[in-house]
Write a protein that binds this ligand. Sequence first.
Ligand code: ADP
Ligand code: ZN
Length: 295
Amino acid sequence: MLLAIDIGGTKIAAARVENSVIVERRQCPMAYEEAGFRLAIESLLQAWPAPDSVAVATTGYIDAGRVRSVNLDIIPFWDGFALGDMLRSLFDCPVALINDGQAAAWGEYLVRQQDRPQDGPANLLFITLSTGVGGGMVLDGQLRLGPHGVAGHVGHAGVRLAPADHQNCCGCGRKGCLEMVASGSALARQATAIYGRALNSAELFAMAAQGDAKAEAIIANAACAVAEAIAGFYMILDLSEVVIGGSVGLAEGMLDRIQRALAQLPVRNSPKLTAARLGGDAGLAGVVAWAKEQP
Ligand code: ADP
Ligand code: ZN
């Protein structure tokens, strides 16, 4: 049995996989300190048979077997955490690790490639708008990890922001990152500041759906920032398709807002913009596909 795990800034999802098919799926909230994280993994997987191998898609990137964080604010203990060693001590079997956006990019690429073997998207960029903003890219049909495993961290691309947005420093240490405007955390921070009470991103979307103009402005600004970033990535990478995922990216109307913002930009040729076909499980399904190809 392959055990697939997707670790995000907000939740941990796990799947029991037999012959490349997910036979059971569970999820629980992410824990923000080491002991709690180990407990969360143990209780999430309770009563499942011992795996023959484990494949993990995780927030952060994998450098020399350790997870590293770009945004140090999302999970305090993550940067340098020996995740692979911890999982090997729990399961005593091979453990393969990859960034969640990269795994999702590979999963989304493969489902399109299966549909159109002669004419799949040669260059695909996956963007997840989730707790943070992450991503992964498949260029000329190859998943790119980069020598340090960082490739695809689109959330730290600089975007043009309103002066107010420039006051917030990203957890990576820089100002002006896409993640500071368009992530679930950023939407919640902006909503909380404007309304003077704690609001999360799902509540903000619900308010916008009911016609609240201020809520709509926050979300539209995020969509514009994503579109600006896509226009830049398109010119650099000659993208055939950009796939949007993550709970914020898949929230009602977000893709349409990004599409509308992109249509306003003078881009030579816009890439095709689509929603993640694997939905919220793009990372999980992607890591299953990726694990199959690992030695
Ligand atoms: P993770 O970051 O753990 O991979 P998600 O992709 O689910 O997980 O993203 C979590 C973020 O999405 C959080 O900031 C959460 O508040 C936000 N979110 C969750 N559900 C919704 C929703 N229905 N609409 C808008 N935002 C949502
Ligand atoms: Zn940043």
